[in-house]
Design a protein around this ligand. Sequence first.
Ligand SMILES: Nc1ncnc2c1ncn2[C@@H]1O[C@H](COP(=O)(O)OP(=O)(O)OP(=O)(O)O)[C@@H](O)[C@H]1O
Ligand SMILES: [Mg+2]
Length: 274
Amino acid sequence: MIEKDFNTQAFESRSQCCDPQTQIETRDLTLSYKGKPAFKNINLTINRGCITAVVGPSGCGKTSFLNCLNRLSDLMPHCEVSGEVLFDSKNIHEKKYDVGLLRRRVGMIFQKPNPFPLSIKKNLLFPLKEHGVRDPKEAEAIMEQVLMHVGLWNEVKDRLDAAALSLSGGQQQRLCIARALALKPEVLLMDEPCSALDPISGSKVEGLITQLQGAYTIVIVTHNLAQAKRIANFAALFWFQEEAGVLVEQGTALQIFDSSKNEITRAYIQGVRG
Ligand SMILES: Nc1ncnc2c1ncn2[C@@H]1O[C@H](COP(=O)(O)OP(=O)(O)OP(=O)(O)O)[C@@H](O)[C@H]1O
Ligand SMILES: [Mg+2]
């Protein structure tokens, strides 16, 4: 018998190691812009402490779906959402649901790094202050901790007052992840977080995402199937049906990327369609 290589073994064990406990569940989630559905009837389960990759062709509603999970979609003009998003079994669309707290618990990382046009230090201290951390010593300690966590501390500790926009793209993206982590989120939504970066910076960010697994629930949208296969525990494939995104299949990364019985999934994974 041919021995499985290390990567295959790691992939299989990662796909099985998670103790799947639901943290977010969507039920018949549908989002429309000006009455036209971007995606329809999505029933997806996202497990606590795991990395779930959402993949699918351009325009099938992946970004719009992420935006629903922390109600950023509320801020989009002409955008209507129906169905349910249950976060820790509570419906986030209920009238009394605290949206500010939701956005603190469910942080977002965008494709293009978006640091504030402020110093590196203020990128972290400013949101901490906004969220009620008034003691400067405590805020500075959190700042140092999260910069270490994302592997940026040694690179920036001597230039904390420099403009965040003077950092490289990859450093800016790690700073944005640090900024999200400073607010102690439980979930991180990541929309193609490496696709605007050069390969080396992208692989650093990818390594960081892998390290965050377990401590955070991560939902990552990526067009890079090799990346999804490298890092995800679970995966979901969105596709088009009547010009709107639908969920074709969800399962462990192993089921989706290596042993799917669904024709669309197989064709997409093999690069034949999409
Ligand atoms: N703010 C908006 N107003 C109107 N239509 C929108 C808006 N945002 C997205 N759409 C439309 O909704 C559909 C889904 O878009 P979305 O950006 O969610 O897809 P996606 O899967 O993330 O695509 P990509 O892989 O290219 O990023 C597309 O038809 C898009 O044109
Ligand atoms: Mg998108």
